[in-house]
Write a protein that binds this ligand. Structure first.
Ligand code: ADP
Ligand code: ZN
Length: 528
């Protein structure tokens, strides 16, 4: 007997009978009551919080079919199979199907034989789909990954703009929009673009207490990664994110060579290989997936023990979403990021040379600034992260700044020396990258320094109190604090900002983080 042959019963009865759970979590019960009662809802809940039940249960309780809009085409088959196994009648419509397969799903929908129908957003641009939906009975609309409607967000999908049709064409059908990544701006944009002003908003805590956040200075990243995996995550499943496809492949090969089973995943690999790597990752208990951010959305693997970033994420939202794939089972997990000066320079360059208008570039710049502020913070990472999502928290005791509070030092004079060097070069109508400027400060008479007559600059050799590595740390932090900028020329040259002049005039102090020496701890130490 399937669910709808019997009166479905109350949400709690459905939860027990169909899903085999005995209680709702967090806001689930209230969200479900809202939607069952015909109201709209906006649900902001972190990954693993249990968003799916918020529309699956109401779809079973209400008469008709719950229509779920999801961009995760590659996962629709899995989702439908999982529901099938529970005796829930589900189908999907997307571009990967044959005409016959599509027809069969359409027939089942019109005949009222589906509890849930998953739709790719681009389907809604087709008049035929709208007529099809009219021919059946819609219990509710669920808009999954709702942040994709936001141009401000980091994962904009133009197809999501089609979703305004839902409220306009079917005003009586309740809508529930769900996302795991929403700043206040994104939430406001979802409300605005989807016409959800009347929707009740449910904002769960974004804290993931079992995830330990650590951000370290990048030195020899592959070795640092290897140290981390060997000392703390031997035999664990995890994800390593890299920016480029090339570095994905090289890093996967590097780990494999050193005895850590690892597979690459990026959009340039054949679809079949991607699918195979993904399914091996889901099945096997101790595989490391080395991937670009093309990997991970909607991946439900509870025992991912670490997420490591070898390159700086472009935004805090992206960082939060990617690290959120660790520890969905609630057990301790590590979010580890190595970042360095080159990351900042490279990302500024990418922003400066990106397509799109000035407003778009400003937005990307603001995203990067927030990410850098998280990297350079001297307060609890979790407090800073939650504050970004408009939530408050107490110092957590489970992040690197809590367990090994960073020392700060008065870097005002160092900053003035560095900025003066940039000024002196600018007076000669010259601009150079960090490496050359640091050579000048250290008094390194390299061939280039000599050839350019930079030994005659008054700042030549004035900075021998710091090492080259420490100077690079100063540059990185000044960039992060907006006291220095990377030029738009694409060569990573340094230039002043308005705020730099305040430092040069001695009207502002500069506090810098002391770089911690150790980046990983041994397993025993952690357990102690
Ligand atoms: P999200 O979509 O928010 O990332 P999911 O809907 O995939 O989260 O849920 C995460 C996990 O928690 C799933 O394995 C799900 O079955 C489980 N879960 C959700 N709600 C409950 C509940 N009320 N009781 C027990 N397990 C739940
Ligand atoms: Zn903390």
């Amino acid at each position: 007997m399937t669910v709808t042959d019997s009166p479905a019963g109350s949400p709690l009865e459905v939860l027990e009978r169909v899903f085999g759970y005995d209680a709702f979590r967090g806001d689930q019960a209230e969200i479900i009551d809202t939607v069952v009662g015909g109201g709209d809802a906006l649900v902001l809940m972190p990954t693993g919080g249990g968003k799916s039940l918020c529309y699956q249960v109401p779809s079973l309780v209400r008469e008709g079919t719950g229509v779920v809009i999801s961009p995760l085409i590659a996962l629709m088959q899995d989702q439908v199979d999982a529901l099938d196994a529970l005796g829930v009648r589900a189908g999907f419509l997307n571009s990967t199907q044959t005409t016959d397969e599509r027809r069969a799903v359409e027939r089942a929908y019109v005949a009222g034989e589906l509890d849930l129908l998953y739709l790719a957003p681009e389907r809604l641009a087709v008049a035929e789909t709208l007529r099809l939906l009219d021919a059946g009975r819609i219990a509710l609309f669920a808009i999954d990954e709702a942040h994709c409607v936001s141009a401000w967000g980091h994962d904009f999908r133009p197809d999501y703009l089609n979703l305004t049709v839902l409220g306009q064409r079917w005003p009586g059908v309740p809508r529930v929009a769900l996302t795991a990544t929403a700043t206040r701006e994104t939430a406001e944009e979802i409300v605005h673009r989807l016409g959800l002003a009347e929707a009740r908003q449910f904002v769960a805590s974004f804290d993931r207490p079992n995830i330990e956040y650590r951000i370290v200075a990048k030195d020899n990243p592959r070795q640092q990664l290897l140290d981390l995996l060997r000392s703390e995550h031997a035999g664990d499943a995890g994800i390593v994110y890299c920016l480029s496809r090339k570095s994905v492949e090289e890093t996967a090969a590097h780990l494999s060579k050193h005895g850590i089973p690892a597979l690459p995943y990026h959009a340039g690999l054949p679809a079949q290989q991607r699918a195979e790597h993904q399914s091996r990752f889901l099945r096997e208990p101790s595989l490391v997936m080395v991937a670009t951010i093309a990997f991970g959305m909607g991946i439900d693997k509870p025992d991912v023990r670490f997420v490591a970033h070898l390159d700086l994420p472009k935004s805090v939202e992206g960082y939060y979403q990617e690290t959120g794939r660790a520890g969905r089972d609630g057990l301790p997990a590590t979010a580890w990021l190595a970042y360095g000066l080159a990351d900042v320079v490279q990302q500024r360059r990418m922003i400066n040379t990106s397509d799109g208008d000035a407003a778009h570039r400003r937005r990307l710049g603001a995203h990067l600034d927030a990410m850098l502020a998280l990297c350079e913070t001297v307060q609890c990472r979790r407090v800073q992260l939650l504050a970004y999502f408009g939530q408050q928290g107490e110092p957590c005791g489970n992040c690197d700044t809590c367990t090994a509070p960073p020392q700060t030092w008065d870097g005002t004079i160092a900053a003035q020396k560095l900025l003066s060097a940039v000024v002196r070069l600018a007076q000669r109508r010259q601009r150079y990258g960090a490496g050359h400027v640091v050579d000048i400060l250290l008094g390194n008479a390299t061939a280039r320094v000599v050839e350019l007559d930079h030994t005659s600059l008054t700042v030549f050799g004035v900075g021998t109190e710091l090492s080259a590595g420490e100077w690079r740390g100063v540059v990185r932090q000044l960039l992060a604090q907006g006291l220095l900028a990377v030029g738009a020329d694409g060569y990573g040259t340094l230039e002043l900002t308005e705020a730099s002049t305040v430092v040069l005039r001695g009207e502002r102090e500069v506090h810098l983080r002391t770089e911690p020496k150790r980046t990983t701890r041994s397993r025993n130490e952690r357990r102690a």
